[in-house]
Ligand binder design. Structure first.
Ligand code: C2E
Ligand code: MG
Length: 268
């Protein structure tokens, strides 16, 4: 137990130094417009979702293994600000060179959502990068909306008034409440990958995931299906007029260089 506690402390200390030592990296996963005529054209890419990675001791860690530690230490606020600034700057550059309509999607932590500085932070990231507010998408995990926080609601309303799009992330995995859909100024519903991934093993989920897609459409929201891993899943959501999709079948998360290469390559 002592070893485990020591390991945790070492990890926490390393994380707090992560920004200074350039140990964080963003990967960018394309979100495709799957109703687009030219599927292999870069204009079919609607957005990229910025996904955080941490390099430590020769390993590359995904958020599952360090996000909670960042949240515990409040370091998430500084790292979250870096994510926003870096992702907005990268997307603005891609807009200037190759993909003028590309949107930038950024995940927000629980603490960022509740912070009184959130709106000024977003404004600063937009100003310093030159990205227009309408091209920024803020992703809020469904479970972060369940606590009744007036600051979170005020933040989201103010961001929405600026023109920033708000996406409800991981929708349909347990904390879903139709009340959220009415109460929060949402533009996008991201259908959780567990609903899409498991349709082969649990056929009843097929109806469920289609019902969620239809719900989003009835509420005039854009719907993004997450976790598309095979052609059957893609065909299923396409047949149901789902417009946007993300998943390993379409593209894994890419480094900035890999994404540049993807959009620079001639359409097939
Ligand atoms: P998320 O927002 O639901 O992001 C999608 C996750 O699904 C990513 O995991 C992505 O790599 C993975 N994924 C993409 N396509 C597929 C697929 O076809 N199948 C499967 N099974 N998985 C797929 P990742 O990068 O490990 O991120 C995990 C979570 O960490 C994210 O889930 C998000 O909640 C959080 N996160 C990532 N970056 C940030 C960040 O900058 N700030 C904050 N606060 N949270 C972040
Ligand atoms: Mg997300």
């Amino acid at each position: 137990m002592q070893n485990a506690a020591q390991e945790l402390r070492t990890k926490q200390t390393a994380l707090t130094k992560g920004l200074a030592s350039n140990a964080f990296q963003l990967l960018y996963q394309p979100i495709y417009n799957i109703q687009h005529d030219q599927k292999h054209d870069s204009t079919a890419i609607y957005a990229v979702e910025a996904l955080l990675r941490w390099h430590h001791d020769g390993n590359c860690y995904t958020p599952q293994s360090f996000l909670d530690l960042l949240e515990d230490s409040d370091e998430i606020l500084a790292v979250g600000a870096w994510v926003l600034k870096t992702a907005c700057a990268a997307v603005h550059q891609w807009q200037q060179s190759l993909t003028p309509q590309l949107h930038c999607s950024v995940n927000l932590s629980y603490k960022q959502l509740r912070s009184v500085h959130l709106v000024s932070l977003v404004k600063a990231a937009l100003e310093s990068s030159g990205l227009e507010a309408t091209y920024l998408i803020i992703e809020i995990a469904e479970q972060h909306l369940k606590t009744n926080c007036t600051q979170s609601l005020a933040n989201l309303r103010e961001l929405s008034q600026l023109g920033v799009q708000i996406a409800l992330d991981n929708f349909g995995i347990g904390h879903a409440s139709l009340g959220y859909l009415k109460r929060f100024p949402l533009d996008i519903l991201k259908v959780d990958k567990s609903l899409i991934n498991n349709t082969q093993h649990e056929p009843s989920l097929k109806d469920f995931s289609l019902a969620v897609i239809n719900l989003g459409h009835s509420l005039k929201l854009k719907v993004i299906a997450e976790g598309i891993e095979n052609a059957d899943q893609l065909a299923l959501i396409q047949a149901n007029q789902c417009q946007y999709a993300q998943g390993y079948l379409l593209s894994s998360p890419l480094t900035a260089q890999q994404f540049t290469a993807l959009i620079s390559s001639p359409a097939k």
